[in-house]
Design a protein around this ligand. Structure first.
Ligand SMILES: [Zn+2]
Length: 380
């Protein structure tokens, strides 16, 4: 990469040094001040598949993204083009923290899936799923952030030191904390009914790595969607606990997942292959204290264990996938909120999704026991 984002250039993009310093109202104003975002705003409508509760949000402008394949300006591979982040061609920064080299920072997604609409009716702010008998769609609103793991183009979790990785995770947790606790009146309660805690809205944290897993920029990053609507996985985690007399999913998993499917134990967290692995090398990183619901609730020791798990999962996938003849690509998701406990999921793009999978019949080309053994070997 010819150009790296310098500290000076990064500082010139900073609107707030830390997310804690901003009120939700200021954050709202900063989103609305990003005029370059306006041509790419989402439709702000959500539909629900009545068969399984999965949510669909629409953004008919996203097909115009110039770095997407198929667009006339798009060149063949994401890592061959000049990086817009290294060039500083991005939105204002709302949180920045120095690493031993460069910095990690959070800014606004220029191509948001969700946007802070103004003048939303009060009744729509009260509950995530208000009635929609005419199927015109429910209003979806919120904030879409990006966390750049490092200002240095070739750095990501797997190349950072543990201490630097910990800082990245801590900043992600700080954003989660800010959003959940300061959005009363803006967002519906996170739990219906009745809230155990005074949290509002839903924080979805994901990472797409590699073109085949939806990563549209090579510069390492996480995406954070803060929404009034509850993704169906969060709902399913909550339903799991309801069906199991209050036992959360991670408690079940720690009891039931066979010992031979462990990849590595970090003390307060453990990396495992789930016995129900859908795709070769899928992994779960589970926080052992099952009373934890959110990243920001973790102690420093737990944070450190989770950071190690993220780094190892990524290192293992990046070592194994080329040996399978696959371009490295995976999704990482953070499962937080009621009923989940707290766990991260790593979904490796090791097989395509075919018709059987679309019927809910997953055909997996590797056994969980073999996958766990290969993953352990990859981390030696
Ligand atoms: Zn870059």
């Amino acid at each position: 990469m010819s150009q790296q984002l310098s500290w000076e250039m990064l500082q010139s993009m900073v609107q707030s040094q830390s997310i804690e310093q901003l009120s939700m109202q200021q954050l709202n104003e900063l989103f609305h001040a990003e005029k370059e975002m306006i041509p790419f705003l989402p439709d702000s409508v959500c539909q629900i598949d009545p068969r399984n509760g999965e949510l669909i949000v629409y953004n008919s402008t996203r097909a115009r993204r110039p770095h997407d394949a198929g667009h006339p300006d798009a060149s063949p591979a994401i890592d061959e083009k000049p990086c817009v982040i290294c060039q500083g061609k991005t939105t204002g920064v709302v949180d920045v923290a120095p690493l031993s080299q460069g910095a990690t920072f959070i800014n606004k997604n220029l191509f948001p899936i969700i946007y802070p609409l103004q003048n939303i009716l009060e009744e729509y702010r009260q509950q995530p799923l208000y009635p929609d008998p005419a199927h015109i769609g429910r209003v979806s609103y919120g904030f879409h952030f990006l966390q750049w793991t490092s200002s240095q183009h070739d750095q990501d979790w797997h190349t950072l030191s543990l201490n630097d990785g910990l800082i990245v995770l801590q900043r992600l947790a700080a954003l989660e904390n800010k959003l959940l606790y300061e959005s009363e009146g803006l967002m519906p309660p996170s739990e219906m009914p009745p809230p155990r805690k005074l949290t509002h809205g839903f924080v979805s944290m994901i990472k797409n790595y590699g073109r085949l897993a939806g990563g549209s920029l090579a510069h390492g990053h996480q995406q954070i969607g803060y929404t009034n609507i509850m993704p169906s996985r969060f709902y399913n985690n909550w339903c799991f606990a309801e069906r199991h007399d209050g036992e959360c999913f991670t408690h079940y998993l720690l009891q039931e997942n066979p010992v031979e499917l462990r990849v590595r134990d970090y003390g307060p967290a453990i990396l495992i292959v789930p016995y129900f692995m859908r795709r070769p090398y899928d992994m779960l990183l589970v926080v052992k204290d099952t009373s934890r619901q959110y990243l920001h609730e973790l102690t420093d020791v737990e944070m450190r264990a989770v950071t190690q798990g993220i780094q190892d999962a990524m290192r293992a996938l990046l070592r194994i996938m080329p040996k399978l003849g696959r371009e490295p690509a995976f999704n990482m998701t953070v499962n937080n909120g009621p009923g989940a406990g707290l766990y991260l999921e790593f979904l490796a793009h090791t097989q395509e999704i075919g018709g059987f999978e679309q019927l809910g019949l997953w055909v997996c080309q590797e056994s969980p026991v073999n996958a766990a053994a290969y993953l352990r070997e990859a981390l030696l």
